[in-house]
Design a protein around this ligand. Structure first.
Ligand code: IMP
Length: 183
C-alpha cells in the first residue's frame, strides 16, 4: 500500500500532536456547555475517535453518512444523506467533524441542513483543509492542517474505499487514480 504513495504528507506523530491540540482548544471553548460532536462517515471516523478522546469535557457524539454524487475523487455538490442523526439537535451545541474540506460543497450542504434543525450553536472542525479548491464559502472554526491541492489518503481518508487504515497521511501517486478512473 505504501508503494502507492508519492510521499508522506503528515506523519502519525504530527497528526497525534495536532489532534491533542484541537481537543484542548475545543475543551476550553466548550467548557460549561453540553457538546454534541457529529462525525461524518466514513472519512472522519478515525479522526473523530481520536478527537473525542482528546477532549476533556463531557461530550456526546453521533454520526451522519453522506454520499456525494460524482466520481471517486471529485465532489459534485449534490449530497444525499445515507444515515441521519439519531437525535434532535434543537438547542444543542453541535460541532460537525469532517476529515477534509475540499470544494466545501459537502460542508455547505450539511451546515444548511443542520441549521434548519435549530441548534443552539453550530461549528465545524476539520482535520485537513484544501483552500485552493474551494467552490463554496464555508466557515471552518477548527482546522488541523492546511494542505496543498493534492489527493491524500490515510487516517480515515480513502481512494475507492482503500487506504483508510494507514496511520500516516500520504499523497497518492496520480497514476493510481488516473489509471483506475479510466477503467
Ligand atoms: P468537498 O465537498 O469537495 O469539500 O469534499 C468533501 C469530501 O470529499 C471529503 O469528506 C472526502 O470524503 C472527499 N475528499 C476530498 N478531498 C479528498 C482527498 O484528498 N482524499 C480523500 N478524500 C477526499
Amino acid at each position: 500500500m505504501r508503494s502507492d504513495a508519492e510521499k508522506i504528507l503528515l506523519t502519525e506523530e504530527e497528526i497525534t500532536a495536532k489532534v491533542l491540540q484541537l481537543g484542548q482548544t475545543i475543551s476550553t471553548d466548550y467548557a460549561n456547555k453540553e457538546l454534541l460532536m457529529v462525525g461524518i462517515l466514513k472519512g472522519a471516523m478515525i479522526f473523530m475517535a481520536d478527537l473525542v478522546r482528546s477532549v476533556n469535557i463531557p461530550v456526546e457524539f453521533d454520526f451522519m453518512a453522506v454520499s456525494s454524487y460524482g466520481s471517486a475523487n471529485k465532489s459534485s455538490g449534490v449530497v444525499r444523506i445515507l444515515k441521519d442523526l439519531e437525535q434532535s439537535i434543537e438547542g444543542r451545541h453541535v460541532l460537525l467533524v469532517e476529515d477534509i474540506v475540499d470544494t466545501g460543497l459537502t460542508l455547505k450542504y450539511l451546515l444548511e441542513n443542520l441549521q434548519t434543525r435549530e441548534p443552539a450553536s453550530l461549528r465545524t472542525c476539520t482535520l485537513l483543509d484544501k483552500p485552493e479548491r474551494r467552490q463554496a464559502e464555508v466557515t471552518v472554526n477548527y482546522n488541523g492542517f492546511t494542505i496543498p491541492d493534492e489527493f491524500v489518503v490515510g487516517y480515515g481518508l480513502d481512494y475507492n474505499e482503500k487506504y483508510r487504515n494507514l496511520k500516516d497521511i500520504l499523497v497518492l501517486r496520480p497514476e493510481i487514480y488516473q489509471k483506475q478512473g479510466e477503467e
